[in-house]
Design a protein around this ligand. Sequence first.
Ligand code: PEP
Ligand code: MG
Length: 549
Amino acid sequence: MKKYVGIGVYGAVAEGKIAIYGKEDYAPEKVYRRDVPGEKARLEAAREAVREQLEVSRVRTLEEVGPREAQIFEVHKILLDDGEFLGAVYRVMEREGVSAEYAVAVTAEELADRFAALADHCLKARAADIRDISRRLVACLQGRPCERGEMEEPGVICAQDLSPGETASLDREKVLGIVTARGSLYSHTAILARARGIPAVVGVGEAFLEEAREGTPVMVDGCAGEVYLDPDAETREVLLRKMGKRQEEKCFLEALKGKADRTLDGSAVNICANIGGAGELEAVLENDAGGIGLFRSEFLYLGRDTYPTEEEQFGAYRKALENMAGKRVVIRTLDIGGDKQADYFGLRKEENPAMGYRAIRICLTRPEIFKTQLRALFRASAYGRLGILFPMITGVAELEKALEICREVKEELRARGIPFSENVEMGIMIETPAAAILSDRLAPLVDFFSVGTNDLTQFTLACDRQNPEVQPFVDPRHEAVLRLIRMSAENAHRNGAWIGICGELAADTGLTETFLRMGIDELSVSPPLVLKLRAAVRSLDLSREEEEL
Ligand code: PEP
Ligand code: MG
């Protein structure tokens, strides 16, 4: 048995076999195979298997996400059958007498490089598709699962790192747990793992991956941040007992469904859920959240090659509003940039993307993208109770500009006779120290504030949330951050606005009393954490003297 320590992301225990989610290991070595017809037959069998995999992915994406996203797999099927590509692979096998996997990899890489060098964005993007098909074929020929995340057997995903898009597309039925060599608690990957209720430990270090082998038994303690490779009987017993305890706790929390989010002395707070797409609505309803406090709309833009259309966005927002049946749904406008990158935006590589050209900065300088999203949002507002939230605000002028664009969009919809609600609440993220410091000037312009403690902490403490090395320097309960939140709450209330917290700190039950005493009106957390927070709120008595933290 070997034990590795990282950062626990979601407090649950998982047991399973390792499923390596590799990126680097697919480059096959140059192996000579004289039996060319045999290699061709292997390649044909692999193509057939990949075709089936693509169809499974297409159908699942169609059901779970939407028709446009499902189209990606149609494109991949066309590539798989492309005569020119296949002809080139055959020629390499015949000329050099090499294995099918090697011929596929070199041919695809050459082709992908040619596409990547083109100026046209759409053609450039084909490079990624070619590499994806090549990766699938090679994986199949090597006898590994054809698609990353699409495992044949349930298992614990082990990877160097996962992108937010990859984490979002993992098959929840098959993924028992996640272990990554890199990553930090506040990365979007961690947030998504939590949102999907996947026991996960991130940042265990590269040494783990060197030892980890496909199929080895592993246990993941997402609570303690520990990973046990090939656990011994004693460790297994301790962890299984922990799993059992969690089951008991789950039953206790189940009983809180339908109960009010009120303290013993009757103070109320609204406990909501954070989501990244309509696919998580079921979890929101299942956990009886009081609304959606943060819909990270940028996930609609990730993991694809083109901008989502107004219709697609309208469909997703409307679905969220209809499902929440009158409970408030706060949808944040596009927060792309930082660790959430989409190639088709054509953003330059930045030294420091967290403080770069991202979020509202993109929206204000590329209003056509912003307006498409706003049109979809306002149109959807006719179907429920909507709040629109602007990310990364740092001052009054940019907020005024964003609000002005909203007025233009509404005017346009009115002129075209398209219905929308006149009661949409407008809000801003308090996630830069500047916004907190200027909260007295910002509050009169909006209906609500939503505190993004993930970014607010990284910017206040000057600690990159993506960098595991600086995590020991991060005190999430740092007094400076708490003071900024308190100041924002006072300024919100003085100006008749409400204030919520939607960053990960909202789930810290050790701070629930502090937040409630500050007058925070809403706490929004991952769906699986809603009932735990409800239990914490219901055990508080604010009429008692405040205890020291
Ligand atoms: C935050 O910064 O706290 C937040 C909620 O936004 P995100 O994590 O998506 O940056
Ligand atoms: Mg943020």
